[in-house]
Design a protein around this ligand. Structure first.
Ligand SMILES: [Zn+2]
Length: 459
């Protein structure tokens, strides 16, 4: 007789095409959270998810917010069983620039074993992988694990509605562990658990000069061009060693231990890896640290966008009246986004010249997190990944930010375990985002193993 585990794995194999079609349907909905013109699509996507979960036997509800709604679903069989809360997000980044896509971003297409489309990897593919694993189990044998889902629609814009929802629905969202698959693998066939996440502080800086745009012949030479002043301010935010110059920026940063340095030095994420990934001549970054440290364990400051003056075709001799930069920092444990804001303000107070006026608007902020890899659920996940891939699970500190992990910890008191089946070359947030399908199918198997492993865990 086949074991329940094998029956579910068998079901998953037989239904790969069905799962893929389901993912394609979801990718077709342009749920771009930042774009007001897609507000209706956000609703369509959330209802699509509710219907899917209802068809699997979950009780669902739409949690309305001032922004985009969250989808909640629950299947509680017995409080004596383990409860897993599966977190996901159904929103995606804008697809622009559209002309760089080889196939339309919201018309998913399979090419060379990959599914191309916005959100295929981040993270509609991961959400559907979780649903496919759950379906494979529930349609074959059933599971003695209580399952909850929380799928938000604002992850790509910094999850503004999430904290109030966690506060308000604390009891409803109670769980033993949160499974978060919004984190990828470090390489193909390398099952990965992420245990460290950087935080984020995001700002818009506007520099104002003359009250209106000026003729550069009539006024050039007597006025400080705000575009230039902004560039001067930005240029001063790093020193010649690639260090961020905001006052006190590194004070709370925990040094990388000898042991962790050794671990990270063995990571396949070395100089060569990044050179190949990005197609640049040389890497850049903070002196004295290897790439895996600079990405996982050291904070950064980036200019995400610059705007000023005339950017159209042709030429126009103008001195712009204002200039704007989007600036964000990836933070490491112990750094506080509010403190970082004060450091940036202090920097600007010290360095901004009297010739201009500036305004700083905070856009998003979240502290970093470090997760305990010896939790039973974390070990259950590591074992599941190893069963599916037949390879040891690699642990990594991630350069990105998933603020929800921190909020789940502080508001709900729930730890998260982080994995996922995206690959580094998936072009997430970029044109031609894709999902590697063989990896995805193996990922669904891993999730089936994980849920059965959770069933075997004593509470
Ligand atoms: Zn994501």
């Amino acid at each position: 007789m086949t074991s329940p585990r094998n029956a579910a794995l068998e079901y998953a194999k037989e239904n790969q095409e069905k799962f893929l079609n389901s993912l394609k349907d979801l990718v077709r909905i342009p749920s771009v959270s930042t774009a007001p013109e897609h507000k209706a699509d956000m609703l369509i996507a959330s209802h699509w998810l509710m219907e899917r979960l209802e068809s699997l036997g979950f009780d669902t509800r739409l949690i309305e917010t001032e922004g985009h709604p969250l989808v909640f679903a629950e299947r509680t069989i017995d409080p004596a069983f383990q409860t897993v809360l599966i977190y996901g997000h159904y929103d995606v980044q804008p697809a622009e620039p559209l002309d760089l896509w080889l196939s339309p971003p919201f018309d998913p297409e399979v090419r060379d074993d990959s599914l191309f489309g916005r959100g295929a990897s981040d993270m509609k593919g991961q959400v559907i992988a979780c649903m496919s694993a759950v379906e494979s189990i529930l349609k074959t044998t059933g599971l003695n694990v209580n399952l909850k889902w929380l799928i938000e629609g604002e992850e790509e814009i910094g999850s503004p509605s999430l904290t109030p929802v966690l506060e308000e629905y604390k009891e409803l969202l109670e769980s033993d562990i949160v499974l978060n698959t919004d984190s990828g693998m470090i390489a193909r066939n390398t099952p990965t658990i992420t245990y460290g996440l950087r935080g984020l502080a995001y700002f818009e800086l506007r520099v104002f000069g003359p009250q209106s745009d000026l003729h550069s012949g009539i006024f050039g030479g007597v006025v400080h061009n705000p575009a230039q002043a902004l560039c001067e301010l930005i240029a001063g935010m790093h020193d010649e060693k690639g260090r961020v110059t905001l006052p006190g920026y590194y004070d709370p940063v925990i040094p990388v231990s000898e042991k962790e340095h050794k671990q990270l030095a063995e990571s396949p994420l070395d100089e060569d890896f990044y050179l190949k990934q990005m197609g640049v001549n040389e890497l850049w970054g903070e002196e004295g640290y290897i790439p895996a440290e600079r990405i996982g364990a050291r904070p950064t400051l980036e200019i995400n966008g610059l705007y000023s003056g005339f950017t159209g075709q042709g030429s126009k001799t103008v001195i712009p009246s204002w200039a704007m930069a989007k600036i964000s920092m990836r933070l490491v444990p112990n750094q506080d986004p509010a403190e970082v804001q004060q450091q940036l303000v202090k920097y600007l107070q010290t360095h901004a010249p009297n010739t201009i006026r500036w305004e700083l608007t905070p856009m998003a902020g979240a502290p970093a997190s470090l997760l305990n890899t010896s939790l039973p659920a974390s070990e259950a996940l590591a074992d599941a990944l190893e069963k599916a891939w037949g390879k040891k699970t690699v642990y990594k500190r991630e350069g990105g930010s998933i603020p929800i992990v921190y909020h789940m910890q502080t508001i709900l008191g729930s730890d998260s375990i982080l994995s996922g089946f995206g690959l580094p070359d998936d072009s997430v947030h970029a044109p031609n985002e894709k999902l590697d399908l063989p990896t995805w199918y193996t990922g669904i198997e891993a999730l089936i193993h994980f849920l059965f492993n959770m069933q075997d865990l004593e509470k």
